[in-house]
Ligand binder design. Structure first.
Ligand SMILES: Nc1nc2c(ncn2[C@@H]2O[C@H](COP(=O)(O)OP(=O)(O)O)[C@@H](O)[C@H]2O)c(=O)[nH]1
Ligand SMILES: [Mg+2]
Length: 331
């Protein structure tokens, strides 16, 4: 590595915040020369990574995720934790504004020397976001953060992707009962290791408690992903802080259970395997699109498929054969 790159690694390992910010910017960049530097950087820091508890926080917009992360983060700092927060937003259009608002909301946590908050810049397709976030987690770990929180801004695929890169997936829900709850897919609930029904304060207190009881009942009917871990459901208030500090105990218990049964390492190993195949898939598609033999026919064949003149399967066989320079496989 170059001297400048060595310096960046050393400063990062020393916990220097500007170096950390620069390193995250580097792994977020899509410029090919930056991409190359980022890969060298990750390689150099790899032995210093893996130590943090990686927590994903998802839930519908407005549930109070950012407010909760700030409260949770400040409680963690009081317990001696060092907290990094990464916000992930695959929605390129409305992203910026939402994240900007979040940043302002986490103002107190953002000022704490033991915290680092990074809103992701919007405008990149999902595959790119997943890789950037995985690498940003590693960078935060190398800088000495023992807790990395990934907040998803926006819904849908982002949540599944985040669940696949963290140790513990926490769902934050508004104080509304099951069928009132829109935009939350059952599949997402099934990914949760912990469910927090937020806004258990003031006029919403009873709603939140009732919703938490309903979710707890529903979760008991789902076969737990980890037999030793019954998904906990709590009514909390990010505003008053009620119940938030106890979440740190849940995190510790969860980690202890998974470390005892091998689940912790197993989850990470499976995530690494899945990430490998994602990278292979993305890399192949990129080369496929760029190959002249494909590029010159792609638009036309795509049109034929759209028009129903060719089946997707036959078109894919044709293009793959062109890519590989071999005769098309028979159907
Ligand atoms: N009453 C109440 N309001 C909350 C609580 N947590 C967040 N809010 C409010 O809910 C709104 C959305 O919060 P935000 O943290 O931005 O939600 P996010 O979109 O999930 O990140 C804001 O107006 C918050 O002040 C809570 O515990 N109680
Ligand atoms: Mg938010």
């Amino acid at each position: 590595m170059s001297v400048a790159a060595d310096d960046l690694v050393a400063a990062l390992r020393g916990g220097n915040r500007r170096a950390l910010a620069r390193a995250v910017t580097l792994v977020e960049s899509t410029r090919p020369d930056h991409r190359h530097q980022a890969e060298r950087l990750i390689e150099a820091i790899l032995p210093a990574t893996g130590g943090a508890t990686r927590i994903g926080i998802s839930g519908p917009p407005g549930a109070g995720k950012s407010t909760l992360i700030e409260r949770f983060g400040l409680d963690g700092i009081a317990r001696g934790r060092r907290i990094a927060v990464l916000a992930v937003d695959p929605g390129s259009k409305r992203g910026g504004g939402a994240i900007l608002g979040d940043k302002t909301r986490m103002a107190e946590l953002g000022r704490a020397p033991a915290a680092f908050i990074r809103p992701s810049s919007a405008g990149v397709e999902m595959g790119g976001v997943a890789r950037r976030t995985r690498e940003a987690i590693l960078v935060c770990e190398a800088a000495g953060f023992d807790t990395v929180i990934v907040e998803t801004v926006g819904a849908g695929q982002a949540e599944t992707n985040v669940a696949e890169m963290v140790d513990m997936f926490v769902l934050v829900l508004p104080p509304a009962a099951g069928d009132e709850l829109q935009g939350i897919k059952r599949g997402i609930v099934e990914l949760a290791d912990l469910i927090l029904v937020n806004k258990a304060d003031g006029a919403l207190l009873d709603h939140a408690r009732r919703a938490a009881a309903e979710y707890a009942n529903a979760m008991r009917l789902i076969r737990p992903a980890i037999p030793e871990w019954q998904v906990a459901v709590r009514a909390v208030s990010a505003l008053t802080g009620s119940g938030i500090d106890a979440v740190w105990d849940d995190v510790a218990r969860f980690r202890a259970v998974l470390e005892a049964n091998g689940g912790w390492q197993h989850r990470r190993a499976e995530q690494a395997r899945a990430a490998l195949w994602t990278e292979i898939g993305d890399g192949l598609v990129e080369r496929f699109r760029a190959a002249p033999a494909v590029a010159e026919r792609l638009a036309e064949i795509e049109r034929e498929v759209i028009a129903g003149a060719r089946t997707p399967a036959a078109a894919a066989r044709l293009l793959l054969a062109a890519f590989l320079g071999i005769p098309p496989l028979p159907a």
